[in-house]
Design a protein around this ligand. Structure first.
Ligand code: KMH
Ligand code: ZN
Length: 274
């Protein structure tokens, strides 16, 4: 389905980026909420959420999610999508803390993948467990695909009754060790989807902008933010995720695609409850 409006997701915290790399990475609940509002004002409808402990270490702790979500909701109206991926190496059960905080969306990572020098492990049994848990909480899953074979794992879970279309698919492209962020790759991924599905692209590092531009042209949605890319341009740190959101919002508008509000996204999510 060629979407008119565009869903811009802001991935504002992440788990692998640090304050040492960029002073603009938010850590505390209030910093996260302030950044979420800046992104919402710039055109984001969805916040992809990770949380940090008091030392800034990635955490999936329920209380930290609850505090961040409460602070975000006090600042702005956005769809909150909690991470179930956490940081590489976290145990599965630990990764699921956010699901108990009534988010509207949650990620489902659709297979294992090399992640830099590490392995981001998502076995089929673990995927099934996360899919069930997301469904039990009546949350809409966002399916994160990092490799081509992950398409088939989605189909498998669909056949097993654990996922129900239309899906919200995020193609995560350009992770070191996984499939690259190339036009041919994105076109192939999109060609494999039923047109009724929603899809977006989250490309890493310097590929964020060109892949976003391509997705806008192809009718897809876009995720940007410091989780995936710290730079506004070569050598220039983005001062938070909001400038990255503002740039894709303006690009989308220039192509006739108005950024959707959280209220619009909720209407679409209503048709995707498992
Ligand atoms: N931090 C990555 C290893 C998710 O949010 O569900 C996984 C990740 C995916 O960020
Ligand atoms: Zn994430």
């Amino acid at each position: 389905m060629a979407a008119d409006g565009i869903v811009i997701t802001a991935a504002i915290v992440g788990a692998e980026v640090t304050r040492e790399q960029s002073p603009y990475v938010p850590y505390t609940a209030q910093e996260i909420a302030t950044e979420a509002k800046r992104c919402a004002d710039a055109g984001a409808a969805v916040i992809h959420l990770h949380v940090r402990d008091a030392q800034g270490k990635p955490s999936q702790d329920e209380a930290l999610f609850r505090a961040a979500i409460e602070a975000i909701r006090a600042e702005c109206d956005v769809v909150i999508q909690v991470s179930t991926g956490g940081a590489v190496g976290m145990a599965l059960e630990e990764r699921l803390g956010g699901l108990r905080c009534a988010p509207e969306m949650a990620t489902l990572n659709c297979g294992s993948v090399n992640f830099g020098d590490d392995v981001f492990a998502n076995s089929l049994p673990d995927m099934r467990k996360v899919a069930r848990r997301i469904r039990d909480h009546q949350i809409v899953p966002e399916l994160e695909l990092y490799e081509v074979g992950h398409l088939d794992s989605v189909r498998l879970l669909e056949r097993e009754g654990l996922l129900t279309p239309p899906h919200w698919v995020q193609f995560v492209l350009g992770v070191t060790g996984a499939i690259g962020a190339r036009e041919s790759v994105l076109r192939f991924f999109v060609s494999e989807l039923e047109p009724s599905n929603h899809w977006g692209v989250a490309a890493v590092g310097r590929y964020q902008l060109p892949m976003a531009e391509l997705a806008i042209g192809l009718g897809g949605h876009v995720r940007v933010g410091l989780e995936d890319n710290l730079y506004l341009e070569r050598g220039v740190l983005a001062q938070g995720s909001a400038p990255l959101v503002a740039r894709v919002a303006s690009l989308a508008r220039s192509q006739g695609r108005e950024p959707l509000t959280a209220a619009h996204v909720r209407l679409r999510l209503a048709t995707s409850q498992n």
